[in-house]
Design a protein around this ligand. Structure first.
Ligand code: 0X9
Ligand code: ZN
Length: 305
């Protein structure tokens, strides 16, 4: 059966999602944003307990090898629907959650079946030896900025031949645009490094006009993670100032082009000892820390209005 003691295959995660949809028909609505390059459906679920809630959008596993992200995302879904903890009930019932547990489906399967360290999509490029584009550099915002992405198909941060050359990214953009008036927060789950990153990714010297608000919310999440008692320390701030320059990401796209004015990239455990190949003993603690971070994030962003 499905559990959080190990990592699961794509098929197993799909079955988990099917079960969730079946068991919670009254509050869960499945959606499909489109198809991957290899023709698979990119699936998500909307969790809504009542009309009129503001929405939070959450994508996970845009990078194929970051398995801890979909493990944590499925745990979070399960908590939203089944937990009796009043703080979790509060964020489940007073927010509309739009969640895509495995965004880069082709890459995820490739990472499971062929190459554990695969990051990108699977669409061919101009170089037959180097397929795949970094989907988190393919969004149409500061897309050609040289420092924040690569023009070389053999690089891990290849931006693609054009903005939205990847059907997955185009589908995500179209879908989020269609619901953007309901969305107050855009979240992306990544690993690793233990960071809570806000826009911008494209510049170290420019900051969003509401950067202070985003720092305040990030700090609340940081505190909540530390409070879990595992000694897990995150760092927070803008992507470019605390991590590195990265342009054309989904979170920056949502911020700059879709007017979703709160956005974070969560970089989960660890800080490099195991990196992307995080031992499964970490899954549950990472899940607990993330649920605490989500509770704090919702609370703090509400207090800002
Ligand atoms: O480089 C990335 O895409 C992310 N790090 S990762 O190691 N998971 O690949 C950071 C994304 C930063 N996000 C923004 N530019 N907003
Ligand atoms: Zn990533």
């Amino acid at each position: 059966s499905f559990g959080w003691d190990r990592y699961h295959s794509y098929e197993s995660i799909q079955k988990f999602i099917d079960g969730i949809i079946e068991d919670h028909k009254d509050v869960v609505t499945p959606f499909i944003i489109g198809k991957s390059y290899e023709g698979r459906d990119i699936r998500g679920i909307k969790i809504s307990y009542k009309p009129g809630n503001r929405g939070i959008f959450l994508e996970s596993n845009i990078h194929a090898r970051e398995w801890i992200t979909s493990a944590t995302c499925t745990f979070f879904i399960n908590e939203l629907l089944n937990s009796k903890n009043p703080e979790i009930r509060n964020i489940a019932e007073n927010v509309d959650w739009y969640i895509i547990p495995v965004f880069n489906v082709d890459g995820f399967i490739h990472s499971h079946e062929k190459d554990r360290m695969w990051r990108k999509t699977r669409q061919p490029t101009t170089n037959p030896k180097c397929p795949g584009t970094d989907p988190n550099r393919n969004f149409d915002t500061h897309w050609s900025s040289d420092e924040g992405s690569s023009g070389n198909p053999c690089d891990e941060t290849f931006r693609g031949a054009a903005p939205f050359s990847e059907p997955e990214c185009k589908a995500l953009s179209d879908y989020v645009r269609s619901i953007k008036d309901n969305i107050g927060v855009y979240l992306a789950y990544h690993s690793y490094g233990q960071y809570i990153l806000s826009p911008y990714g494209h510049s170290k010297t420019e900051f969003p006009e509401n950067y202070d608000d985003m720092l305040q919310i990030a700090k609340a999440s940081y505190d909540a993670i530390l409070d879990q008692g595992y000694g897990t320390k995150y760092r927070y701030g803008s992507t470019a100032s605390v991590l590195y320059v990265a342009s054309g990401s989904s979170v920056d796209y949502a911020y700059n082009e879709l007017d979703i004015k709160i956005g974070y990239t969560f970089e989960f455990r660890d800080q490099g000892r195991y990196g992307f190949v995080l031992p499964s003993i970490n899954i549950l603690p990472n899940c607990q820390e993330t649920v605490a971070a989500m509770i704090a994030l919702v609370k703090e962003s509400k207090s800002l209005g």
